[in-house]
Design a protein. Structure first.
Length: 663
């Protein structure tokens, strides 16, 4: 593993295209697109501290970068989508279709097309309508439609069987099928009926209703009352089926409305499909936020994936909560999937804005259900814990799991984090930060050893206080806490008895972030403290989600769909988030103090007030000399001194380079 080598700037074309970061084994780690490959690819090769954490991690794991040139930015979007679909890169956002919603499918390419209720993946030669909110709604609609459009609903096997026998099934005798299997209807008439059904399902019911009503009146004038009665029943059935759907817009427009709800790790997307002013169905996607994307970039990715193979087609207008990155290219991409232009808009007022709010609310509810299903469902969590016990060979299901991660800035502001999951759920009251005090430089192994020693020694001390027997091999001279400045209430090693009592129970799985090296460190600490037989240990490597266990140098690769792997990933990601958040807090405090330290007349209280007033150190750097001298409560000479300090030559700037590393 090594940082990707920057290609010579002149070798990268200044053209649209897609680029791929590839590791030493030839695996594609990330696929991106760019309007200018030269500008976009070059932006990755800078101080890693200026990159988002996951982007810096990806560049560090890559061996080299490749690219493909296309003619337009819209073609780059399409190429990016196809490559992501083919390679499934680890560092790209992953969109997962919610297959819980049923669709009404029409096999339009069959000789005798038929409707059916389906779920799951979509097939070629089938036109899909919906999805519907539940199976009951779609079956009720289909039952009403068969009164007006008695197309066959039987399977191909059953159709051929009745065709061979020359006898129709019961549905023919109760007027729910037109009997194509026995030649009771000819092909042109059947195709016309299928066309009417397609028109209705597409949302354009007005012309169909008017046609039926006009034909009914003509039959009545011709004294063909029997046919007029049949057409009357058909018209009532069409109107009854149409009443199942809700009218949302005043005008008969075709559009899709996209709602979004998310957090740092996942997002839920809801899409309401409006045709001829009616909501005829909705779609749902869930996004795994592996990639560091801004909100506009995420929206662009969602729209590209959503309409790459859209069963409901691409409408003239798509309403979104935020405009996508590269709006023109996205609209051009969407226009290539329908005969005509597509407009992506953010509605500001009126019925469309109200509809967007409704869709966003549905996305929020779906997001809550999704997270509850994955993390709060007892059966799912029980399966994950049982799978962990089985795969890792643990003596018991790991009801308490502790995960550790390290973060630092070129060896400074070294911190560690411990996150705790109990019964498969985060127990945030037991989360702890560590200020690493005894490691002078960049040494993750030594830092991990200090953190684990302090945490496990706290366990031993609490057990001693409670009268639990001290394990063999525990050092008798281990201090109560290590390092100066170690009295943070959020850290292990604090002298607060209340804080230490939270660690009276050993973890049933101790998980460290990293590979074999980190695992060996954890094993050594457990052996030194006499806890080897009491605390099972494992490590989760970032590369390819490999799990290392004691006694084996061969990693275990859990299936990507495994609930056990999902639980380990959540632990690892939560430990990353917790460590980096604390590290940035410490770094921000140190940088602020360092940058303003020694300014005459600027004490701690004034410094804190000044930073708060300007919104942080970056705001202070952007302030002009007059702005600082004009602060009413700050002496003018102090404001001038602050401006001079913050704008001194870079070589004298006390700030460190912003290279943040998380292990």
């Amino acid at each position: 593993m090594g940082v990707a080598t920057r290609p010579p700037s002149g070798s990268i074309p200044d053209s649209p295209g897609s680029y791929q970061f590839v590791d030493a084994d030839g695996r594609v780690l990330y696929v991106g697109k760019a309007k200018s490959l030269r500008s976009r690819v070059g932006s990755y090769f800078q101080d890693p501290g200026n990159l988002p954490y996951r982007t810096a991690q990806m560049v560090a794991q890559a061996d080299h970068v490749e690219w493909m040139v296309v003619s337009t930015e819209a073609e780059a979007l399409l190429l990016e989508h196809n490559l992501i679909k083919e390679f499934q890169p680890r560092y790209n956002v992953r969109l997962k279709d919610d297959k819980s919603y049923p669709w009404l499918a029409l096999t339009v390419e069959d000789q005798w097309p038929r409707p059916a209720v389906v779920r799951g993946r979509k097939r070629k030669g089938v036109r899909y309508f919906g999805p519907y909110p539940n199976v009951g709604a779609i079956r009720s609609t289909l039952d009403l439609l068969l009164r007006s459009f008695p197309v066959r609903t039987c399977s191909d096997t059953k159709f051929r069987n009745h065709e061979r026998l020359g006898r129709p099934c019961l549905l023919f005798h109760i007027d729910r099928c037109s009997g194509p299997c026995v030649g009771a209807i000819d092909k042109p008439e059947y195709d016309a009926m299928v066309a009417d059904l397609t028109t209705f399902l597409g949302g354009d019911t007005g012309p169909l209703e008017r046609l039926i009503e006009r034909t009914m009146q003509e039959a009545s004038k011709a004294l063909d009352f029997e046919r007029a009665g049949v057409l009357r029943d058909k018209l009532e059935a069409v109107r009854a089926a149409d009443a199942v759907r809700q009218m949302e817009l005043e005008r008969p427009e075709d559009l899709d409305v996209v709602g979004l709800a998310d957090d740092e790790l996942e997002a839920a997307v809801q899409v309401f499909h409006v045709r001829a002013g009616r909501v005829i169905g909705r779609s749902a996607l869930f996004v795994d936020k592996v990639e560091d994307l801004t909100a506009p970039e995420l929206m662009a990715r969602i729209l590209v994936d959503l309409y790459a193979d859209a069963p409901s087609g691409v409408p003239r207008q798509v309403l979104v909560p935020e405009l996508p990155d590269g709006l023109g290219a996205v609209e051009e991409y969407l226009a290539g999937r329908r005969p005509g232009p597509v407009a992506v808009r953010v509605p500001q007022r009126g019925p469309k804005a109200a509809l967007l709010e409704t869709v966003s609310r549905n996305a929020g509810e779906a997001f809550v259900r999704h997270r509850l299903q994955r993390t709060s469902d007892h059966n799912s969590r029980a399966r994950a814990l049982e799978a962990l016990q089985r795969e890792l060979g643990l003596p018991d299901a790991p009801l308490r799991i502790e995960c550790y991660d390290m973060s630092h800035l070129q060896g400074t502001d070294y911190v560690g984090s411990m996150v705790v999951f109990e019964d498969g759920l985060p127990k945030k009251s037991d989360y702890r930060h560590f200020k690493v005090a005894t490691v002078p430089g960049n040494d993750d192994y030594a830092a991990m050893e200090e953190v684990l020693t302090r945490r496990l020694n706290a366990l031993i001390e609490e057990e001693r206080e409670r009268g639990v027997g001290q394990p063999d091999g525990v050092p008798k001279d281990m201090p109560e806490s290590t390092g100066d400045g170690d009295l943070d209430a959020e850290e292990i090693g604090t002298r607060s008895t209340i804080s230490r009592k939270r660690f009276a129970y050993p973890p049933q799985l101790l998980l460290v972030d990293g590979g074999l090296g980190q695992l060996h460190v954890a094993q050594r600490v457990l052996a030194d403290l006499g806890l080897t037989d009491r605390v099972p240990v494992a490590s989760l490597a970032k590369s390819f989600e490999e799990v290392y266990r004691p006694g084996s140098s061969t990693p275990l690769r859990l299936p990507r769909t495994s609930e056990a792997l999902y639980l380990l990933q959540r632990l690892r990601d939560e430990a990353h988030r917790f460590a980096i958040g604390y590290h940035r807090t410490l770094r921000g405090k140190r940088m602020t103090v360092g940058a303003l330290d020694g300014v005459p007349g600027l004490g701690p209280k004034r410094r804190t007030r000044l930073v708060e007033q300007f919104g942080g150190l970056s705001g202070l750097r952007q302030a002009s000399r007059d702005d600082l001298m004009g602060v009413s409560w700050l002496p003018a000479q102090v404001g001038a001194a602050v401006h001079e300090r913050l704008h001194q030559p870079m070589s004298a700037d006390p700030r460190p380079s912003d290279q943040e590393v998380a292990r």
